[in-house]
Design a protein around this ligand. Sequence first.
Ligand code: GDP
Ligand code: IMO
Ligand code: MG
Length: 429
Amino acid sequence: MANVVVVGSQWGDEGKGKIVDWLSERADVVVRFHGGHNAGHTLVIDGVSYKLALLPSGLVQGKFSVIGNGVVVDPHHFVAELEKLRAQGVTITPEVLRIADNAPLILSLHRELDGIREDATAGLKIGTTRRGIGPAYEDKVGRRAIRLVDLSEPETLLPKIERLLTHHNALRRGMGLPEIEAQAIYDELTTISDQILPFMDQVWRVLDDKRREGARILFEGAQGALLDNDHGTYPFVTSSNTVAGQAAAGSGLGPTAIGYVLGITKAYTTRVGEGPFPCELDDDIGRHLATVGREVGVNTGRARRCGWFDAVLVRQTVRTSGITGIALTKLDVLDGLKQIKVCVGYELEGSRIDYLPASMGAQAAVKPIYETLEGWSETTAGARSWADLPAQAVKYVRRIEELIGAPVAMLSTSPERNDTILVHDPFQD
Ligand code: GDP
Ligand code: IMO
Ligand code: MG
């Protein structure tokens, strides 16, 4: 019985929430292992939509869920999301949710800094979610972060905040911003600590105990492999590792606990924010994909950029994340298109290449080389078995498998949880 890691294989928003929700029926534990409330995962169950950012999607099914040490936690957002989901009838208590004691916190100063950098006219605009993710991770690796466990020791919290502020106030003076008083951050945290501390636990121990008991663990990735801080389109990336390997470091379970890596893959490509996008379509087809696919950011409401399926990128992700199989989502969005293009290689300075180069300049310069496939006029929306798929749609799926070097384990044909085709059960691998 394999534990399963779900990762996004493109630039995020591939449909991870829907697939994690579907798989969580077969899982005993669901774990978030990186990122924070920059994620926006949508679940639709019997017409009711749930939108999660920080909380693991397994909670909607009532599954025991964990926020691992690799996640950056905004305690105020945590409480707000908890209340929002409770209002939708989801039960969230320390019985079903644990947060790692060693998880770093996102503070108001991180959110402010994120926004100020994005608004600056000089420098590089990333198009972040402005939720403080990048600055919080910077403080973590800078060894000055406030972590969840620090809230349980209020007597030593103030000096920790003062140490953090030595860095931030120097930065703020340089930016012409007013300095921050340690007491203000102290109050910001202590007013909320009794609402989050009951969820705190030694997650590494909880997960290892579960594993030894034979529990099936489902790791819920956020973002996508092309937003990975090492392997993505740097610097237009997020500030965490989003590849499957992070599931181990970000939860405290060793890599031997991971069995199957499921790459969630959209049948075309989208991206939110700035950065290279070789197959981007600024034409009627791009607008068609955006409209039919309802490509609007869950958290920020920003329009997602759309383009054809890029097999070069996903093939690379299959390798950097060790993807065993993919869940292909949003096939229905391609219904009715006469022709469908797939990017099979790039042209760079007159030569053909079969990979995404590391250089920022080369990433911006590559031109897609397309293969054209015939579309289908029938509808795949809501299909629940292979037999319901038109022959051309099956051909499209088969060609994608060939090009990326990984099989389709699951197929999704609408936002609704049950409009899903299981080809191979990842837990049975
Ligand atoms: P995530 O961040 O990877 O969880 O994905 P998002 O929730 O941000 O974006 C995916 C969107 O597509 C959501 O609105 C889903 O409800 C929707 N969705 C998921 N799978 C399908 C599918 O197979 N077909 C269609 N039409 N929509 C889907
Ligand atoms: P889910 O989990 C799509 C993008 C932002 C920006 C870059 C850096 O829903 O797939 P950040 O706020 O993380 O510093 O922003 O990463 N980004 C996402 N794009 N889906 C997401 O999450 C994303 N989370 C961050 O748009 O380009
Ligand atoms: Mg999303």
